[in-house]
Design a protein around this ligand. Structure first.
Ligand SMILES: C[S@@+](CC[C@H](N)C(=O)[O-])C[C@H]1O[C@@H](n2cnc3c(N)ncnc32)[C@H](O)[C@@H]1O
Length: 197
């Protein structure tokens, strides 16, 4: 099944629809495998590729995934149906910051892959719902090499750079988290939440 997902990811990427890079996906799925979570929260569904891959990796988990674009949301709903995962994956259409204001439940695994300038704001809203020992994975934390100044950042990406750097500093220095930064793909962090109930 994961081979089908890889083919689909290639197909969507060729159409210009974003999906996590291979190396980042490997880090994400290893974290899911290690944690065996019960409740996963994903920000940024796109067409549902990472959600389906996480569900294949941990079939007992329930996944809530938030997407702002209606056409991507509808495509992901179609894909969840095709993979017979409608009961395991709940898609929510809306702006993550608004949806998270009213989110319920507790989460032991979070995948941040939505708006690249809103990771920290999203996480602040999620934190009250994080279980102790929860894992937070964030993709694109090195954003094209701009975050660690390996590549000069064009003007149009300066805002993303500022907010992503703030997020990365927070994850690497705040005592609430124990974070590993993987310099693969577009940069991925895997953090353990040390507080919570
Ligand atoms: C990198 S893509 C997600 C890829 C997906 N996780 C995967 O690997 O297949 C980012 C997605 O976040 C969505 N997004 C951007 N801003 C958002 C927001 N404020 N709230 C919810 N989704 C948002 C975009 O529309 C896009 O589909």
């Amino acid at each position: 099944m994961i081979e089908i997902i890889n083919e689909l990811r290639k197909f969507y990427r060729q159409k210009g629809i974003p999906t996590i890079l291979d190396e980042g996906l490997s880090v994400l799925l290893q974290a899911v495998k290690d944690k065996q979570p019960t409740n996963i929260l994903e920000i940024g569904t796109a067409t549902g590729m990472s959600a389906i891959a996480m569900s294949l990796t941990c079939p007992t988990a329930h996944i809530t995934t938030i997407e702002i674009m209606e056409n991507s949301f509808l495509e992901s709903q179609k894909n969840f149906k095709e993979f017979k995962m409608q009961d395991k994956i709940s898609g929510v259409l809306g702006d993550s910051l608004q949806v998270l204001e009213n989110i319920e439940g507790e989460y032991d695994f979070v995948f941040l892959d939505g708006s690249k300038s809103k990771y920290k704001k999203c996480l602040e809203l999620i934190e009250p719902r994080l279980k102790k020992g929860a894992i937070v994975v964030a993709d694109n934390v090195l954003f094209r090499g701009y975050i660690l100044d390996k590549v000069e950042c064009p003007k149009r990406y300066k805002t993303i750079k500022k907010y992503m750097r703030e997020f990365l500093d927070y994850m690497l220095t705040d005592s609430k988290y124990k974070t590993t930064l993987y310099q693969v793909g577009d940069g991925v962090t895997v953090s353990e939440y040390l507080k919570g109930e």
